[in-house]
Design a binder for this molecule. Structure first.
Ligand code: ATP
Ligand code: MG
Length: 262
């Protein structure tokens, strides 16, 4: 069975990718989005990070309007008279209008800055972004959320329906220590499963021990070696999947379906 045929038989996965700054979340999000689109899935990748860089990792250099900046539309669709809000505003036309599609067919959406006015703040922007995410979670597309800290400020249960939270770690103690925090985040936004990808791996005794320790507590989806190719691709603004070795990512992609299939 070729890859496209296999894709047709599989349920589109919904993924959130988290981890400490600079560990490789955007690189992983972009490459998985690319590979899954190649498999024949319709893929939507959402940049939930306030420093927007997922579009360029996917070869899109035009500006994409961040959804949080659509003040006029948010006012019109979310606000009701006397300070009340609509909890389920219309958002089904939003992705089409405020996104870009790359040459592999991946649709890229930028969420923009999320108001952090307290846990689950129900300001109009958050109600709108929440509705947008729910819409993406219930669509037939593969969904990939590239998250910085998280989307916990959109309120509990926003990501309910996301199959898996992938925590990206480097084989260093500072990065591994963030795993507890990521686990809490996954509970806050009600993502039930969490798995780990080790990135920038350099073969040595200590790194081996760290991976072993992590794999005692977490499902390790894969280990990606440190490779200068990623840094060089980033320097010249070429999507990493055009020039770097994708073998470890292909294995990770296959494991995703094992884990996400109930
Ligand atoms: N396996 C790897 N080997 C070497 N360099 C890598 C690897 N993976 C990613 N990088 C490089 O590390 C840098 C950070 O990667 P990336 O932007 O994907 O991380 P991030 O977690 O999204 O960062 P941020 O927290 O700033 O959003 C980039 O220059 C990228 O090319
Ligand atoms: Mg990033």
């Amino acid at each position: 069975m070729d890859e496209k045929e296999k894709g047709k038989k599989r349920k589109p996965v919904k993924l959130a990718i988290s981890g400490k700054g600079g560990v490789g979340k955007t690189t992983l999000a972009a490459i998985l989005a690319y590979l899954l689109a190649k498999d024949g899935f319709r893929v939507t990748a959402i940049d939930c990070d306030s420093s927007i860089n997922l579009p360029s990792a996917l070869g899109i250099n035009e500006d994409i309007t961040p959804l949080s900046s659509l003040r006029h539309i948010i006012e019109e669709r979310v606000k009701l008279p006397f300070g009340a809000f609509r909890y389920n505003p219309k958002v089904d036309d939003i992705f089409e209008k405020y996104s870009a599609v790359n040459n592999a067919g991946v649709r890229v959406v930028v969420l923009g800055t999320i108001e952090k006015g307290g846990e689950g703040c129900f300001c109009p922007e958050n109600a709108f972004l929440r509705a947008v995410l729910r819409h993406a979670i219930f669509s037939d597309d593969v969904l990939i959320l590239d998250m910085e800290a998280g989307i916990e400020h959109l309120g509990r249960g926003t990501a309910k329906g996301v199959d898996l939270l992938i925590a990206v770690v480097e084989p260093g103690m500072r990065s591994v220590e963030t795993l507890g925090r990521i686990e809490k985040l996954s509970r806050d936004i009600e993502i039930e499963r969490i798995a780990v990808v080790v990135n920038k791996y350099i073969e040595c005794d200590t790194a081996r021990k760290i991976v072993k320790r992590v794999s005692e507590s977490y499902d390790v989806l894969g280990v990606i070696p440190y490779d200068r190719c990623f840094v060089e691709a980033d320097m010249v603004n070429i999507p990493p999947y055009e020039v770097c070795d994708l073998k470890p990512f292909k294995k990770i992609k296959e494991r995703l379906f094992d884990i996400c299939t109930p």
